[in-house]
Design a protein around this ligand. Structure first.
Ligand SMILES: [Zn+2]
Length: 186
């Protein structure tokens, strides 16, 4: 896994960039929840399900099919009043994208098994060709260590900074557009 912080950073950048009209507490809570939810699969270890199993860690809950289904479910439960308008499908797309970003970040870490992106149709595990992110330990106590610090440093470089850059860029574009609109209309 990447850490909760790394995943939440991406949720923030995606949400800010794509859904300016829904920047409510509800939206942000759901967005961050979507970004970390796939790691609920660590419970599989407690049930004796091995890591490499499709129901194991980084298995089906990290897949693209799961991200799509989960994004749809979250939107249907939390924003059904928008159904079937474009706002509903946009939110579905964003929640799915944020959920899928979890597996993509994990596939950029340097440890553990790969991600079952195509489960349940094809259960092989994959890493991206570029995997510079220090893998995060499983469990909270292990995180408070040298390892945890190394994870935070690495995630700040490879996730935090790019996310801040994206948010800054989107902010500048929005401000420029607003100013341009007010000068052309006023
Ligand atoms: Zn994960």
């Amino acid at each position: 896994m990447a850490s909760v912080f790394g995943h939440a950073f991406v949720a923030g950048a995606v949400g800010y960039s794509l859904i300016p009209e829904h920047s409510s507490k509800k939206f942000w809570t759901l967005a961050v929840a979507c970004s970390v939810l796939p790691d609920a699969d660590v419970l599989a270890f407690k049930f004796g399900i091995p890591y490499h199993h499709v129901l194991g860690h980084r298995g089906i809950s990290h897949s693209l099919a799961f991200a799509l289904a989960w994004g749809l479910l979250v939107t249907a439960l939390a924003y059904r009043e928008h159904f079937p308008g474009p706002g509903f499908w946009k939110l579905t797309g964003v929640f799915s994208l944020i959920t899928a970003s979890h597996g993509v970040l994990d596939a950029m870490t340097n440890g553990g098994l790969g991600i079952a992106f195509f489960a349940p149709f094809e259960n092989s595990r994959y890493f991206l060709p570029f995997s510079p992110i220090q893998v995060s330990p499983i469990g909270v106590s292990a995180f408070f260590s040298e390892w945890g610090l190394a994870v935070l440093r690495s995630e700040w470089t490879w996730i935090g900074l790019p996310c801040v850059a994206v948010v800054a860029l989107v902010f500048v574009i929005r401000q420029t557009r607003k100013r341009w609109k007010s000068t052309t209309t006023g």
